[in-house]
Design a protein around this ligand. Structure first.
Ligand code: AMP
Length: 286
């Protein structure tokens, strides 16, 4: 790490499922970062930013203790470890939820049914406060890893664990009955950290996050179809409409959600659009 007093210090997960997407986000935002597996630190070549690679679960403590100015990690880990931090920006990856689940064969339908039961989790703080807030007396057992097998081993009656697709829970014969928290990766700063220092970086990251999932669409259409096309693609601030050499025709450009394309393209064609081009967007700066 450069000993540059002015450089911002950012903690990133060194491995696990958040590590690669976090680094990719910085690179997509234009930061030139070279990392090597052996190194715990790195610096951006074209920005005053030093990176420190630590375990995802340790990122909140590094930020809270002021060892770094900000960090990237999951909301779940922030809420469990250092809930007072400022979540400055949701980063749109690492989506999952923290769920309470019971064996499929159990008759329990709600958290209230777990009074007097044992609940295994690697999120003891969040689990305890969840039951306490509801006045339910459950015994919280802290385990590290393999939480979902504890009911089969007979050491717990229920679990509180992270779920993304639900596949792992199903595979282990578990049935979710409540959600404690919805999570994704976030940029967090210390509550006392002035926002201005982070504004340029937050703006760069936001422009990439906004562009993800969006495409730029161009098409030609009969001028008479414009009203229908406008209904179909409202765009960021309405579609751009341009005249063509043939006065009965127009060109329409717009930003669209990628997830809507499969529905949108047939509807546009039915409205008379043709020569439809869809191209990727790198950044959206507002
Ligand atoms: P790691 O254990 O280092 O791979 O990272 C765990 C973090 O990744 C969690 O704390 C969540 O923020 C996030 N995450 C996203 N999806 C999942 C999932 N299906 N299971 C566990 N963690 C997930």
């Amino acid at each position: 790490m450069t000993l540059n007093g002015d450089a911002l210090r950012l903690a990133l997960p060194n491995k696990g499922r958040l590590a690669e997407p976090a680094l990719q986000l910085l690179r997509d935002a234009g930061l030139e970062v070279e990392t090597s597996t052996a190194s715990l630190t790195a610096s951006a070549r074209n920005y005053e930013l030093d990176l420190l690679f630590v375990r995802a679960e340790d990122v909140p403590e590094y930020v809270a203790d002021g060892l770094v100015d900000a960090g990237i990690t999951g909301i779940d880990l922030v809420e469990e470890r250092s809930p007072g931090l400022n979540a400055v920006l949701e980063l749109g990856f690492g989506g999952c939820s923290l769920a309470l689940a019971v064996p499929r064969s159990a008759s329990v339908q709600s958290p209230e049914g777990l009074a007097g039961c044992r609940v295994a989790t690697s999120f003891p703080r969040l689990t305890r406060s969840y039951f306490e807030e509801r006045g339910i007396e459950a015994q919280v057992i802290e385990v590290r890893g393999a939480v979902e097998v504890t009911p089969q081993l007979g050491v717990a009656d229920a679990v509180v664990d992270l779920v993304a697709t639900g596949g792992t829970m199903r595979l282990n014969g578990l049935r979710p009955i409540a959600t404690l928290l919805n999570s994704q990766a976030v940029l967090v700063t210390h509550a006392g950290q002035p926002d201005e220092r982070w504004q340029p970086l937050v703006a760069m990251l936001s422009s990439v996050i906004d562009a993800r999932g969006k495409e730029y669409m161009m098409m030609n259409a009969p001028a008479a179809a414009l009203d229908r096309i406008r209904e179909l693609i409202p765009g960021l601030s309405g579609p751009t409409v341009m005249p063509l050499a043939d006065p009965s025709m127009i060109a329409v450009h717009s930003v669209v959600e990628r997830a809507n394309l499969w529905r949108l393209v047939p509807a546009l064609k039915a409205a008379g659009a043709r020569d439809i081009l869809v191209v990727p967007i790198e950044k959206v700066v507002r």
